[in-house]
Design a protein around this ligand. Sequence first.
Ligand SMILES: [Fe+2]
Ligand SMILES: [Fe+2]
Length: 320
Amino acid sequence: MASEIPVQELAQKSEDEVRERLAAGKLVEGLAHMSPQYLLGIRRILTVSADTELVSAPAYLRAAQHAPALNNFGSAVSIVQDELAHAHIGYRLLGDLGVDMNELIYERDPLAFKYPYAFDVPLDSWYELVLANALYDQAGFVLLSDVHRSSTFGPWKRALAKVDKEETFHLRHGRTWVRKLCADPGDKRALQASLNWMFMLTLEWFGLPDERKLHGIQLEYGFKGMGNDELRQAWMAEVVPFIDEVGLSVPAHFDAEQQRYVIDCPFPAAFDAERKQWLLDEGTISWDEVIVRWKGRGPMNREYVSRLQRGYRSRLEVAA
Ligand SMILES: [Fe+2]
Ligand SMILES: [Fe+2]
């Protein structure tokens, strides 16, 4: 990650002092309250969040060109504008935490961006845009609501009150359109075809199962309140009943005995990104194999990031 001054010099407290502050019920307001571990942890989660918001803008803009009418295009573009503002909040906070914002946003290699793999797969229709609002924005909402509740970093916690309201608008946009399109058999078939690849990619969004979880410190320092599996359950609890209600289908159901949602197909599974198809016949694969796919990134990674970086680079060339 881009940083000019080492974290040991920026973060002014010890780990014990941070724990004491948190135990006293106080929030962390800036570098003066952070330990090196806290600083690295909050930078990591802010980067994932800001990268996700940022890349959703070119992904949604690409799909917005399929808007059925001009006013629908306007709604989609206003969502894109919200996402850019959300990204700006995250990067601006990272700037306050000693990160070189220009380097982070405009000079970073596309492969080093930390957004969920789902955004690397192109959204090619209005169906896919509104499903992304209903599924991906719901995932964002579940994750950010958890941060809003449990975060110990005051400036982000307060900023998320506004972000949460806007995400509610995005997912309402998605649901309203999905309901409307489901009234027409042809539109409904098209939605189902897109849902078939998009649902499981969103399940993956929440990351490795809790027993495989890499960043325990996220829970300890209150960067997150819920574990990955709980978040995945919380997302399914919103999405699966809605999908049932509109008469579409997904491979998951609520199991009354276990009191939790159960996934009814191999998961995690291999995915053919070019054909947008799950290779379910191959059965369940390991998370290590999923990580290889995530790290290699998908078809749109380079194009989306270079699109976001283009203006900055061409301005530098003119100035040189
Ligand atoms: Fe957002
Ligand atoms: Fe959103």
